[in-house]
Design a protein around this ligand. Sequence first.
Ligand code: RFL
Ligand code: PHB
Length: 396
Amino acid sequence: MNHKTKIAIIGAGPSGLLLGQLLTKAGIDNIILERQTGEYVLSRIRAGVLEQGTVSLIRESGAGERMDKEGLVHTGTDFSFQGEHFHIDLEPYTNGKHVVVYGQTEVTRDLMEAREKTGGVTIYQAQNVELHDIESDAPYVTYQHEGEVHRLDCDYIAGCDGFHGVSRKSIPADQLEEYEKVYPFGWLGLMSDTPPVNDELVYCAHERGFALCSMRSPTRSRYYIQVPDTDKIEDWNEEKFWDELKRRIPPEMAERLVTGPAIEMSIAPLRSYVCETMQYGRVFLLGDAAHIVPPTGAKGLNLAASDVDTAYRLFVKIYEDDRTDLIPRYQEICLARTWKAVRFSWWMTMLLHRFHSAGRFDFRAQQAEFDYFIHSEAGRATIAENYVGLPFEALE
Ligand code: RFL
Ligand code: PHB
């Protein structure tokens, strides 16, 4: 069967759904093709911290009502080094900015519901998605759905299909400018229906390895510990996780930590990756399709939102004012912001994790770096400014 739309969006993760919702609101026709089922997309537990730019964009898309009611405003963030606890106020260093703790699963659910209400089309379980004629002005996408082959003609393709998606792979390999750094560890995450151990998030550096105390609500906690990249989920159990977490967090916190059954437990590898070719012909790459950051800076989802902001405003300019001359601005704007978030995420990762290849000198230098940043006004301001998120740049 043949279909037609203005923007074909590949992937119904946060990038694809947010872009789709904004375009629909602006009257720009779009169709989302998603490989998985909606339930599967919602079962992936990922990010939890939203910057103000992300929050504003979700509101602008019309999907912000529940986030505004249930999201937890955090005006500070905590660190611990070898058991000593420190607090950084975000607002004094950032002209009153803060972050909002609201899970990616909830953002996705709200966007799915908003899309359903506005009648936007999402084809779930779209198999074998392929991009065609992306260098021409008449690109199209083919896919299989319920045993039938479909063709979707469009003006532009938004590749929102994550790191393993098909969109980036459709750009000729000799045109891709890629940068990658893989870290020798992953994060083992555990979610439980227990009250969070602290009212702010706590990023803990410890000689046994990094740990993070996060949350989703006053009754739901999310904890992570650094594990070697060779560890498998079968190597761990809940009791072992809680024991290890207690050893890495400040002792007074370990004492008051409430443990409970895990709702979810999984290992995520840590990697930094940038594909500088964020636009090629009629294809635009957004979110994890274009870049991956280690979660230490809480930037993955927020970077995806800033790409969406730029792409959405560009498509509006193209359809309302015929401004195709602005297309090269997409990559320019997104890359400048991406590299700054990549740098911050890498820096937080290097500062707070234990590198077993590092020698005694490196460990002391890492301690001194932490000591400097946490006790200097300039250092705290740098952390706060990056943590709340750098501003979104306008198209012109
Ligand atoms: P997503 O969320 O990966 O969504 C991509 C969607 O595209 C679909 N897809 C396809 N659809 C059709 N055809 C194909 N060929 C397709 N291939 C893929 C997929 O099924 C999926 O639904 O990318 P998006 O929308 O760009 O959103 C980005 C965020 O999800 C991501 O940046 C963050 O979740 C990163 N991240 C984390 N960020 C944080 O800030 N804090 C975290 O704690 C955190 N934990 C994580 C994470 C990412 C992880 N990944 C990617 C494995 C934990 C994990 C495990
Ligand atoms: C989370 O709550 O999942 C979370 C929070 C902050 C991070 C990473 C993950 O830096």
